[in-house]
Design a protein around this ligand. Structure first.
Ligand code: HEC
Ligand code: HEC
Length: 294
């Protein structure tokens, strides 16, 4: 045996003894077959790794090449016509077969997924939650709405729902004059009401001002004649004709649900969509809470 191989095996022996000492000092239970096998594996890997690398280092030092040179040479440097090593070729083929097997039988097509399991559990839980609160009374809904609101909505709308000095919708009133004017002028097509989009330019000048002041004021007092053009869709009382257009007099479930699903961009800013993050009961709860804030 060559001195390099002996050195390598000696090094492996030191590693193995070190491992044994560590195992002893950690009080590992060596009656356990798994531990025995693990230790055996570690010894085998150490011997093989050092033995094999020593063999090849040795070979690189002493080997002289044999074989036939290709006709071509590059600035005097030639190249051997080496056969593809069969071990390499089989390993390559094996890898290809394994790849196909892994995709189809193993991960990802057939895989167990922790995220999948989590989603499944959330779905099942949500179903139970929906079932449990299917007929929740008004007080339960309002309390539920308030607690969701404090977590999900208060960062923008404020703890009391006052919109944090104009940063988001102020729920103590349905809408500001500026917001109504903006929609009258530009129209809106975000909430997917059955009526479709609200066209822009519905009114202008003094008419628009009067309508906006009336709507922003909570639709109290004398109704401006020009409101007639709005009533066709929103109803004389502004409540939205059974949900075909938004209720502009107050908050109702249809409006809050539509805003939560689609999000909304307006003069104040952008309200993010909460699609898929709240269950129907939770949306209903939020609507019932918001409608009581004023
Ligand atoms: C053709 C039917 C129609 C007419 C007429 C109409 N609207 Fe609308 N309006 C809608 C629809 C539909 C929406 C929802 C738009 C959306 O999906 O974003 C809407 C939205 C609104 C909104 C925004 C509500 C919100 O919470 O975002 C306001 C304010 C409004 N309309 C006021 C008016 C006023 C004031 C008039 C009269 C000048 C008027 N609308 C006339 C159909 C109409
Ligand atoms: C990232 C900030 C932000 C968060 C979080 C947020 N909102 Fe909003 N919301 C806004 C803004 C901004 C507006 C005003 C949009 C506009 O200019 O019309 C708004 C408007 C609204 C409106 C009124 C829309 C209309 O047409 O009148 C409702 C209802 C609403 N939000 C409900 C909620 C609820 C419920 C939550 C919690 C689940 C929530 N928001 C969370 C920013 C936010």
């Amino acid at each position: 045996m060559n001195s390099l191989v002996i050195k390598a095996l000696a090094f492996a022996a030191v590693l193995i003894i070190g491992t044994l000492v560590a195992v002893k000092s950690m009080n590992v239970n060596m009656d356990d077959t798994i531990n025995q096998l693990t230790l055996l594996g570690a010894v085998a890997i150490a011997v093989l790794a050092f033995g094999v690398s020593a063999k090849y280092i040795n070979q690189m030092k002493t080997d002289t090449a044999t074989g036939e040179l290709v006709d071509h040479n590059w600035d005097g440097i030639g190249e051997y016509k080496n056969e593809l090593p069969s071990g390499w070729a089989y390993a390559f083929l094996g890898t290809l077969i394994w790849t196909v097997w892994y995709w189809l039988v193993g991960y990802p097509v057939n895989a167990y997924s922790q995220i999948g399991e989590y989603n499944q559990e959330v779905l099942e839980y949500n179903k139970k939650f929906e079932e449990k609160h299917k007929n929740a009374d008004a007080a339960t809904l309002k309390a539920m709405g308030e607690s969701i609101f404090l977590v999900q909505c208060a960062p923008c709308h404020g703890e009391t729902g006052d919109g944090l000095s104009g940063k988001a919708q102020d729920f103590t009133k349905r809408m500001s004059k500026e917001q109504v004017l903006n929609v009258i002028t530009n129209g809106s097509d975000q909430l997917k009401y059955p009526m479709g989009a609200m066209p822009g330019g519905m009114a202008s000048g003094a008419d628009a001002e009067a309508i906006a002041a009336y709507v922003a004021g909570g639709m109290k007092g004398e109704q401006p004649a020009a409101f007639g053009v709005c009533a066709g869709c929103h109803g004389m009382d502004g409540k939205g004709n059974g949900g075909t257009a938004p209720n502009i007099a107050e908050y109702d479930e249809t409006l809050v649900t539509a805003v939560l699903t689609h999000g909304k961009k307006g003069v104040i800013g952008a309200m993010p969509s909460f699609k898929g993050r709240l269950t129907p009961v939770q949306e209903k709860a939020l609507a019932s809470y918001i409608s009581t804030i004023k």
